[in-house]
Design a protein around this ligand. Structure first.
Ligand code: GLY
Length: 395
């Protein structure tokens, strides 16, 4: 008799699970359809070697288009490569290749540290999809150019060349993101000097960019005679001591990625400490999408920054892989669910090659505030891919 009751309970449970999963499938499918409609806008966007879409002002309906030398040029081809990966549709791959080719000359541009963003997000993504000797050569040549910005005494890569009357040798936390290009170039070329340089930069940043609470400064300016930090300030945050959300994102992503290549525990510890600062912050909204700066006094009325949430969500899928800490994975899943909702997804009717709304580029300059921005989409797509890979591993 007891056995019969147990059997009935199991059958009821199975039936209720079946119902639950079919509801989930329906809602995922709807989100998928909406996403596919947005993806199509990227595919349809007309090719132009001098007009990479960077953001859109929805009030004036104007797309900001930039040249290959802009730090954001690599994200659009990167988005097409990643959509190809998600959908398997060859049309995205073909478009990605065409846009990627337009950036090649940037491999010689030594006036910027943004080489990783430009070259790795485009050519680097291409290499994930095909063996391509030409792409490998571009990566190595770019690493060679980026290396010319390294100062042996300061043990860092110089970030910016502007503002010379204020800064001597500015290094920004964002610069951590360019190290992936150097690590990959070292593997491809078997020249360990790129690896060593990346490690030196990461060590110097580790020493000087972080505060006792594990948040980070945006800019550390070094003295070119004593080679020591001479000021710790912000350029895009609310003030020098505030925590600019995207900067925290670059730090979390940067040290997680640096741990991938080096297995240096100090990098893992820093990634975790800054991730904990971020996800446990009292000003982080319930849906996981941060305000543009954790210390903007106008919170809760301050603009959000979807890009910061997406960068951190992507990084935390990887960090989960090294720590098994479910809190990290839960944050990433929460962000993806929020971003797939109507609160953040761009309406199907908006004719612009972007997926998500509500990123904030440069609040102090009132530039690209609360808008769709190409790198918000990039790290969102990367999170989707990383979660997909994780699911495949678990199955
Ligand atoms: N790397 C520039 C920015 O994050 O806005």
């Amino acid at each position: 008799m007891k056995k019969h009751i147990l059997l009935i309970v199991i059958i009821i449970n199975l039936l209720s699970c079946k119902n639950k999963s079919s509801t989930e499938i329906t809602s995922v499918k709807t989100a998928k359809e909406l996403l596919n409609a947005r993806y199509k806008k990227l595919l349809e966007y007309p090719l132009d070697s001098l007009a990479f879409p960077r953001s859109v002002n929805l009030k004036t309906n104007t797309i900001k288009k930039v040249l290959p030398k802009d730090w954001c040029s690599g994200f659009f081809p990167g988005n097409l490569w990643q959509i190809y990966d998600l959908t398997g549709n060859e049309a995205y791959k073909n478009k990605a290749k065409e846009w990627t080719a337009y950036i090649e000359n940037e491999k010689f541009n030594n006036r910027t540290h943004d080489m990783g963003f430009k070259i790795f997000c485009s050519f680097g993504n291409g290499l994930k999809h095909e063996e391509n000797e030409e792409y490998k050569k571009v990566i190595v040549e770019s690493a060679k150019t980026l290396s010319t910005r390294f100062n042996e005494h300061i043990s860092s890569i110089r970030s910016w060349d502007f503002n010379k009357n204020v800064w001597q040798f500015p290094v920004i936390i964002d610069n951590m993101m360019n190290l992936e290009l150097l690590f990959e170039a070292a593997k491809t070329s078997k020249d360990s000097s790129y690896y060593n340089l990346a490690v030196k930069h990461a060590n110097t940043t580790l020493k000087n960019h972080f505060r006792p609470d594990n948040s980070c400064y945006h800019v550390v300016d070094y003295d070119t005679i004593s080679f020591q930090p001479r000021m710790k300030v912000t350029h895009q945050g609310f003030n020098n001591e505030s925590s600019w959300s995207r900067g925290q994102g670059w730090a979390i992503y940067g040290y997680t990625m640096a741990y991938r290549y080096t297995k240096d525990k100090r990098y893992l510890n820093q990634a975790e400490a800054t991730a904990n600062f971020f996800i446990n912050h009292k000003n982080l909204p319930e849906d996981g999408i941060p305000y543009w700066d954790f210390n903007d006094p106008s919170i809760p009325n301050a603009p959000r920054d979807v890009s910061a949430g997406a960068i951190v969500s992507s990084a935390l899928v990887e960090l989960y892989g090294y720590t098994n800490n479910e809190t990290y994975l839960n944050y990433s899943k929460k962000v993806v669910n929020s971003l797939k909702s109507k609160n953040y997804l761009l309406n199907e009717d908006i004719e612009a090659p972007f997926i998500l709304d509500h990123s904030t580029g440069n609040w102090p300059k009132n530039d690209e505030v609360d808008e769709p921005i190409v790198y918000g989409d990039y790290y969102f797509l990367e999170t989707l891919l990383r979660l997909k890979t994780l699911r495949k591993k678990i199955d």
